[in-house]
Design a protein around this ligand. Structure first.
Ligand SMILES: Cc1cc2nc3c(=O)[nH]c(=O)nc-3n(C[C@H](O)[C@H](O)[C@H](O)COP(=O)(O)OP(=O)(O)OC[C@H]3O[C@@H](n4cnc5c(N)ncnc54)[C@H](O)[C@@H]3O)c2cc1C
Length: 305
């Protein structure tokens, strides 16, 4: 099921355009048209319905206007197109993110319908997960299996995005069955817990990598908490790991070239200390130096003397 997308100018007044769009979208959710922020310019999406089925052929503006008319009963007086394109609803996920020295990230490893606008963030998160591991491998301190954790952590996240974007495609289908599911889904979204679950899924903030530690914070990305000296995210600009230590008793001696040690307190942090990987995910929580020393080599290799 392909969809056309493009930017163009229109002659129809904004109020009338909005009214037409709202009416059409009551039954066709794959249609939309609205201003993009540049004076007089509108972005439109409309079902492709057989237009230029060969992906190598771009849709013509005439075809685009025909699809607008067929779907909305008007072409909105569209003229002066800036660009025209198309996208599909294919979902594909590579089995392996790594083959030796070749590593895949972004759309090269997963594609899915653009529902919920998740693809770019998913790809950036891949890169964020991989970057520091690659740096560790290049610098020589990475543990032998560190690069393989990239696939273990990111593959399930992409699988979940593929699943939810595929489900969203079903919810915009015009057939009676999917429309009935959509109505039921809309009822469920009256529940706060359901809304929270879906929002955190689509925003990627519910991600918790499985590090084999049952503590609920471990594996999650720590949010931007307030510290005495400022905000946590400001301390992470170095791109290095970080031990945030509220006890003042811990040490990263032996790893100080890879791990920053910050002694500070936060009313928003309920654990004595937290070890963050460079991608912001929690690698350890606790207050015991022996336990910390046990965890540091897993992510940051051997101690240097
Ligand atoms: C209509 C639509 C709306 C979207 N909206 C959102 C949104 O709101 N939020 C969101 O997060 N995501 C959104 N996405 C998804 C997002 O656009 C993609 O997931 C993201 O652009 C993928 O980035 P990427 O760098 O992995 O791949 P790409 O953006 O495809 O970049 C790959 C680059 O590699 C280049 N390239 C390819 N082959 C070669 C080669 N052999 N040599 C050199 N260069 C090469 C290409 O020209 C391209 O520039 C949307 C997608 C669509 C289609």
């Amino acid at each position: 099921m392909d969809t056309l997308v493009g930017e163009m100018e229109v002659t129809m007044p904004q109020d009338e355009l909005t009214a037409v769009m709202m009416r059409v979208r009551e039954t066709e959710k794959r249609f939309g048209i609205g201003p993009v922020g540049t004076e007089g310019l509108y972005r439109a999406v409309v079902p492709a319905a057989g237009v230029a089925e060969d992906r190598g052929t771009a849709p013509t503006f005439e075809e685009f206007r025909q699809q607008l008319s067929a779907t909305a009963g008007t072409d909105f007086g569209a003229h002066s197109p800036r660009w025209l394109s198309r996208f599909g609803d294919t979902t594909r996920l590579a089995e392996r993110y790594r083959e030796g020295r070749v590593l895949l990230a972004g759309d090269a490893v997963h594609i899915h319908p653009p529902m919920g606008g998740q693809g770019l963030s998913l790809g950036v998160q891949d890169a964020f997960n991989l970057g520091w591991k690659l740096a560790g491998a290049v610098a020589g301190w990475a543990p032998a299996d560190l690069l393989d954790t990239y696939q273990a952590e990111r593959h399930p996240v992409a699988a979940d995005v593929l699943n939810n974007s595929r489900a969203q495609m079903q919810l915009v289908a015009t057939e009676p069955g999917p429309q009935a599911v959509r109505r039921l889904f809309a009822e469920l979204m009256d529940f706060e817990e359901v809304r929270r679950h879906l929002i955190s899924k689509i925003m990627g903030i519910a991600i918790r990598y499985d590090f084999g530690d049952p503590h609920p914070l471990v594996g999650r990305r720590l949010r931007d908490i307030a510290l005495k000296r400022g905000r946590l995210f400001d301390l992470q600009h170095t791109g290095r790991a970080l031990l945030l230590d509220q006890t003042g008793r811990l040490s990263v001696a032996g790893w100080a070239d890879r791990v920053d040690h910050v002694v500070d307190v936060s009313e928003e942090l309920e654990v004595p200390a937290v070890l963050l990987r460079p991608d912001g995910h929690v690698a350890w929580v606790g207050e015991d130096q022996a336990s910390l020393l046990d965890r540091l080599p897993r992510w940051f290799g051997a101690a240097t003397s």
